[in-house]
Write a protein that binds this ligand. Structure first.
Ligand code: AMP
Length: 605
C-alpha cells in the first residue's frame, strides 16, 4: 500500500448545475452530505455587496433577490473564448453579466464588496470546489488536499486545463482530471460487481446532465475498465431544455401583455426557476401550471404547459443525443446489438422522452437505472482517488482504467487543412509518428501549428500551440522530409517533436495553449486571494459565533437578572406582607410579641 496518505483523497463531480463529493471509507463509497444535509450542492455563487461570497444552497436561494450578482453554470464558460458562439448565446439568457477579458477570455462581472469586480470562470469554479472541499473536511474532520475532479469526456484540452487551474486556486492537489462517464462506469462496475467478472460486458454510459452531454462506450471485465469510444456535446443539457421553455414563455408574455421581459434580469431569473421546476414536474405528469405573481411591471404570469409541448420544444436536441450515441458505437466499431447495457447518468435522463428515444434506438432494450444518476460520477471519482492515494482495498488497487483521447489531434498543412496524427478515440498513453514534407522551394524554416478537433479545415478546430523548426536542409519543395511525433502521456498531456534527419535539427514542445487562460501569476494571485477570503470567512464566522456567544451570555444574564428581580420583588412583597400583617397584627393586638401565625390567621379573616 505504498503512497498511503494520512487524509483521504476525495472525488468531486463539478457539475454545471449541481456538484457532488464522495469518499472511499470503511470499504465503501460514501456520498458526503453538505451543511444542509443535501447530497448534491448547487453550483451557484452569490456575491453580496459588502458581505462574503456565498456558495451552494444559500446562493441559489439568493438568485431571485440578487440575480445580477448570482453566478451559475460557470462550467459553460470555463476554458472557452468570449467570442465562442455558445458563450454569446448563453449570455443573452443569463441574469449576470459576462464581458471580454484578457486574451478573449470571458470574465464574469459582479458587484463585490461595493465594487464592480471581474472573476474568471476558473475562480468561480474554484469557489465551488472550495465549498465541496469544506463539506468533506467538516464531514471527515480533517484537512483535505488530494482530489480527483471530473469533467465531461468531451471537454477539450483548454477546458481540462482550466478545470485543473480551478482546483489549484481552491488549494487542492488535483491528482487527475477524470472523465465523467469513465467515473460512472467505475461506479457501475463496483456496484454490479461486473468489474470482477471474467465475462466481458460492453456498457454504454449515457450521461445527460445540466449543461453537458457525454456518451462513452466501455468494456468491463477482469478489473479492467476500457473506454472504447467517447462522443458528446459540451453545450447540451438541462439548461438548454430550460432555456427553450423560457423563450417560449417570454414570447407568450410578449404576445399576451405586449411586454418584453428579456432585458429584465430579475423577471428572467424568476421565470427560468419556474421553468426548471415545471420541467421536473413534466417528467412525472403530463401537464403543469406555471404561475408567477407580479412578474413584470405588476403583471402576473399564468400559463400551462404540457409534456407534449415541452417535447416539441426540445425534440431536435433529444434527437441530437441519439445521433451522438450512434456516432459513439460506430467509432468503437461495436454494433448496437452487441451493447449489453445502457446506463443512465445525469439528472436530465429522467426526461421520459429521452428514455423512450433511447429505448427505441436499442430496439426496446431495458435501460439500467439502478445507479443513482446524480451521484455515480462522484462515486467513481472517489474509488479512483482511493486507488491513486493507496487508500483502497485490494480490489481497488487492481483496477486498471484505459482511457481514450476524445478529439483528433493534427497539424495544419497547405490550404489550411488539418492533417490528423492521432485520431479521436485512440487509447492513451500513445505515441504516433507522421512524415511531413516542405511546401516551398529551399525553405529553411517550417512553422508547425497543432490543432485539436474534427473539422477538416484548421480554422474550425482549436489551436493548441505552434513552434518553428529552423535550419532544415534546403531543397526544392516536397523533398525535405520532417518526422513529427505526437505523444499523449497518461495525464492526457500532448508532447510534440519534429526532426529533420539530414540536418539533424530537432525541436520538442509540451503543448499547453494558454491563450485566454490564466497565467501562472494570475493563478498564484487568485490562490492567494482565495486563501485570504477563506481566512476572512473564518474570522467572519468566528466573529459571528463570538457575537452569538456574547448575545447568549447577555441573554442568560438578562434572564438571570429578571429572575433575580422577580425573586427580589417577591421577597420584598413577602416582607411587605409580613410587615403589613405584622403591622395589622400589631395594631390589632397591639403587642410586639404577637407571632406571625397568629397574625396570619387573624389577617385571613
Ligand atoms: P446533473 O448535472 O446530473 O446534476 O443534472 C442536473 C440537471 O438535471 C438539471 O438541469 C436538472 O434540471 C435536471 N433534472 C433533475 N431532475 C430532473 C427531472 N426529474 N426531470 C427533468 N430534468 C431533471
Amino acid at each position: 500500500m505504498a503512497g498511503r496518505s494520512a487524509s483521504p483523497a476525495i472525488g468531486i463531480e463539478l457539475g454545471t448545475t449541481y456538484s457532488c463529493v464522495a469518499v472511499w471509507r470503511h470499504n465503501r463509497v460514501e456520498i458526503i452530505p453538505n451543511d444542509q444535509g443535501n447530497r448534491t450542492t448547487p453550483s451557484c455563487v452569490t456575491f453580496k455587496g459588502t458581505q462574503r461570497i456565498i456558495v451552494g444552497d444559500a446562493a441559489r436561494n439568493e438568485a431571485i433577490r440578487n440575480p445580477t450578482n448570482t453566478v451559475f453554470a460557470a462550467k459553460r464558460l470555463i476554458g472557452r473564448r468570449f467570442s465562442d458562439p455558445s458563450v454569446q448565446s448563453d449570455m443573452k439568457l443569463w441574469s449576470f453579466k459576462v464581458i471580454e477579458g484578457d486574451g478573449n477570455r470571458p470574465d464574469i462581472l459582479v458587484n463585490y464588496q461595493g465594487e464592480e469586480t471581474r472573476f474568471a470562470a476558473e475562480e468561480v469554479s474554484a469557489m465551488i470546489l472550495t465549498k465541496m472541499k469544506e463539506v468533506a473536511e467538516a464531514f471527515l474532520g480533517c484537512a483535505i488536499k488530494d482530489a480527483i475532479v471530473t469533467v465531461p469526456a468531451y471537454f477539450n484540452d483548454a477546458q481540462r486545463q482550466a478545470t485543473k487551474d480551478a482546483g489549484l486556486i481552491a488549494g487542492l492537489n488535483v491528482m487527475i482530471i477524470m472523465d465523467e462517464p469513465t467515473a460512472a462506469a467505475v461506479a457501475y462496475g463496483f456496484d454490479s460487481n461486473d468489474v470482477n467478472s471474467i465475462v466481458k460486458k460492453n456498457v454504454l454510459i449515457f450521461d445527460l446532465g445540466g449543461g453537458t452531454f457525454d456518451v462513452s462506450l466501455l468494456s468491463i471485465s477482469n478489473n479492467v475498465v476500457e473506454v472504447k469510444a467517447t462522443a458528446g456535446d459540451t453545450h447540451l443539457g438541462g439548461e438548454d431544455f430550460d432555456n427553450r421553455m423560457l423563450n417560449y414563455f417570454v414570447q407568450e408574455f410578449k404576445r399576451k401583455q405586449r411586454k418584453d421581459i428579456s432585458s429584465n434580469p430579475r423577471a428572467l431569473r424568476r421565470l427560468k426557476t419556474a421553468c426548471e421546476q415545471a420541467k421536473r414536474i413534466l417528467s412525472a405528469t403530463t401537464e403543469t401550471d406555471v404561475h408567477i405573481d407580479c412578474l413584470y411591471e405588476g403583471m402576473d404570469f399564468y400559463s400551462t404547459i404540457s409534456r407534449t409541448r415541452f417535447e416539441e420544444l426540445n425534440i431536435d436536441l433529444f434527437n441530437k443525443c441519439i445521433e451522438t450515441v450512434k456516432r459513439c458505437h460506430e467509432d468503437a466499431a461495436i454494433d448496437k446489438n452487441n451493447i449489453d447495457l445502457v446506463v443512465l447518468i445525469g439528472g436530465s435522463t429522467r426526461i421520459p422522452k429521452v428514455q423512450q428515444l433511447l429505448k427505441d434506438y436499442f430496439s426496446g432494450k431495458d435501460l439500467y437505472k439502478s445507479i443513482h444518476p446524480d451521484e455515480a460520477v462522484a462515486c467513481g471519482a472517489a474509488i479512483q482517488a482511493a486507488k491513486l492515494s493507496g487508500q483502497g482495498t485490494e480490489e481497488i488497487e487492481n483496477l486498471v482504467l484505459i482511457d481514450v483521447t476524445p478529439l483528433s489531434l493534427g497539424i495544419n498543412t497547405l490550404g489550411g487543412i488539418t492533417s490528423v496524427v492521432i485520431p479521436r478515440n485512440t487509447p492513451i498513453p500513445v505515441q504516433k509518428e507522421k512524415v511531413f514534407v516542405t511546401s516551398v522551394d529551399f525553405q529553411s524554416d517550417v512553422m508547425f501549428e497543432i490543432y485539436e478537433g474534427e473539422g477538416v479545415q484548421s480554422e474550425g478546430n482549436n489551436l493548441l500551440g505552434q513552434f518553428v523548426l529552423s535550419g532544415i536542409h534546403p531543397a526544392p519543395n516536397g523533398e525535405t522530409k520532417i518526422n513529427v511525433t505526437f505523444e499523449i502521456d497518461k495525464n492526457g498531456i500532448l508532447h510534440v517533436s519534429a526532426e529533420e534527419p539530414i540536418s539533424g535539427e530537432k525541436k520538442q514542445i509540451t503543448l499547453i495553449n494558454r491563450e485566454g487562460r490564466l497565467s501562472k501569476d494570475e493563478i498564484d494571485r487568485m490562490l492567494h486571494e482565495a486563501e485570504r477570503s477563506r481566512m476572512e470567512d473564518d474570522q467572519f464566522i468566528k466573529k459571528i459565533l463570538a457575537k452569538n456567544a456574547q448575545e447568549d451570555v447577555a441573554d442568560l444574564l438578562g434572564r438571570m437578572m429578571n429572575e433575580l428581580q422577580e425573586i427580589k420583588s417577591k421577597l420584598s412583597e413577602m416582607s411587605q406582607y409580613d410587615n403589613t400583617y405584622s403591622n395589622i397584627g400589631r395594631s390589632h393586638y397591639g403587642g410586639e410579641s404577637s407571632n406571625f401565625c397568629n397574625d396570619h390567621s387573624e389577617g385571613r379573616e
